[in-house]
Ligand binder design. Sequence first.
Ligand SMILES: Cc1cc2nc3c(=O)[nH]c(=O)nc-3n(C[C@H](O)[C@H](O)[C@H](O)COP(=O)(O)OP(=O)(O)OC[C@H]3O[C@@H](n4cnc5c(N)ncnc54)[C@H](O)[C@@H]3O)c2cc1C
Length: 150
Amino acid sequence: MQSEFGFRLGTFLQVGKRVAYPLSLTVSESLCTDNAVVLGNAAQSVHPVAAQGLNLGLRDVKALVELLKKYKFNSNDYAQMLAEYEQMRTADRNHVIRLTDGLTRVFAAQASPLKSLRSLGIRAVGALPAVQRTLLRRNLGMRYFTNAFG
Ligand SMILES: Cc1cc2nc3c(=O)[nH]c(=O)nc-3n(C[C@H](O)[C@H](O)[C@H](O)COP(=O)(O)OP(=O)(O)OC[C@H]3O[C@@H](n4cnc5c(N)ncnc54)[C@H](O)[C@@H]3O)c2cc1C
């Protein structure tokens, strides 16, 4: 394992038992209670098909930090702040959930017409830089923030 992975993160000291688990969509129905918030994978575990899970979680963190600053860490306002957090994160979460779940279904489909369409779609995206740029911009999630990532 060390020779395959290299030493980028140092030396492996211990290897635990290997387990297998299904990669599937898990979504928390609600993000907040009056005094608690779930974010990152605890809020939504999306299929890694589009490499979006960590990015989405980082945007959750960024949104929460922005709101904590806006509300000046005043615990009297936390219920209102968390309601705002939930509202702020809805569009981005829903977009990534739909994207990853949709792609998973498309890639899992075995019917011939769907397989042909899928290959055509992949080739089209590969050949059209403008489409690639649009997809990239859309999936970076930047539009959900007023200011860029620092
Ligand atoms: C194969 C694969 C490839 C991926 N590739 C990408 C990618 O390229 N780009 C991308 O953006 N995302 C990717 N992801 C998704 C990304 O790994 C996750 O979205 C991200 O790690 C979530 O971070 P998190 O901190 O929210 O949760 P986690 O990484 O799940 O961290 C939660 C931590 O809490 C610990 N924990 C759980 N329960 C308890 C408890 N009761 N008490 C104490 N500790 C507890 C867990 O052990 C874990 O260490 C990939 C995921 C997989 C599976």
